[in-house]
Design a protein. Sequence first.
Length: 259
Amino acid sequence: PPPEKLTVRRQAGGIRNIILSNPRKRNALSLSMLQSLKENLLYDVKSKDLRVIIISAEGPVFCSGHDLKELASEDDVKHHSQVFEICAEVMTLIQKLPVPVIAKVNGLATAAGCQLVASCDIAVASEKSQFATPGVNIGLFCSTPAVALGRSLPRKVALQMLFTGEPLSAQEALMHGLVSKVVPEDKLEEETMKISQKICESSKSILALGKATFYRQITQDLDTAYKMTTQVMVDNLTLRDGQEGLEAFIQKRKPVWSH
């Protein structure tokens, strides 16, 4: 039989859905799942027809993190390195993509699955979703998930998660900034589409500039950040869609983007 599709890619109206579709294995980030995810994120990413990416999952677990069976054989150091390297690559790739990436979470996200949510630009979760880094309980501390977690949550919240492995509820995740929005399960699709369609109304090139700049400035000190973004604003004005947007505003009409 052909190998099972670990992720499914569907695209319509500027919106790409990438669905983790290995619910039997709780959508574990095995090497092949990570490769499949990377492929679907990068596919034709410069096309004007792609404006936003949504990552969702089949089944009650959004993503359970690394496939522990894959990591259990202690002699295969080369394979272990490969798994963690591509995982880091996928997580950083999400922030380097020219389009916004939204995690649409309906269920449990643990360890590297929690890292995946933290690495997306926006995360919308259903009320039943939970988030945890339970690696400490099985003797494999979530050190790589901690990179994403420590950058999107207050330190004391991240460390409580990392030291205890206890889950955050959707509401707690919202309160501490791990997710952008929490909605009832039956509103999850609608809310995620609403955000995606709003993003699709903007110019792809302007959003790409804004996203890249945001992640650059966030790690800089205040003066450096202002210096860099001041130049970006000046450059933004010279872009065709920058000109078009301002002209449209002054002429009280809808902008026509060239992306």
